[in-house]
Ligand binder design. Sequence first.
Ligand SMILES: Cc1cc2nc3c(=O)[nH]c(=O)nc-3n(C[C@H](O)[C@H](O)[C@H](O)COP(=O)(O)O)c2cc1C
Length: 131
Amino acid sequence: MKNLEAVSKLFQDPASVKVITTVSKEGEPHTIVAGSIMVVDENTMAVAEVFMNTTSANLADNQKVALLAVKGMESYLVNATVEKRHTDGGLFDTISGRFAAMNMVVKAVWTFAVDKIYDESAGPNGGKQLF
Ligand SMILES: Cc1cc2nc3c(=O)[nH]c(=O)nc-3n(C[C@H](O)[C@H](O)[C@H](O)COP(=O)(O)O)c2cc1C
């Protein structure tokens, strides 16, 4: 992602914990775990809407999100903007297929344009903007 191999690798690692923070139109932040947060290409991230209610309502009202992955002492934060809520198409079908194998139904797939990337690891680079 943005040619930052370590960032893509951590978000694609099934063993990393991934969270998404959204903000309501009244300004209330809301953070949830979302294992489906993924890298689509160097400019685009996505998440599957499976159980989410508050998050999806916030995404409809406020397009700014924070996506964070952590594993051990390594962590990266991606600030992004909603592109689209997909309820059909190739990406939706691919992700729906993966969840169907776990007996879960994907209501939609949200895609986000990457705005900024920060290293948030526990170390001297913590807080450093990478993109
Ligand atoms: C390990 C883990 C992974 C999860 N992954 C997803 C996910 O990919 N998509 C999703 O909609 N909810 C996922 N959830 C559930 C959300 O954390 C949350 O409980 C649910 O979506 C309700 O969100 P809301 O408070 O925005 O309505 C996951 C929960 C856990 C513990």
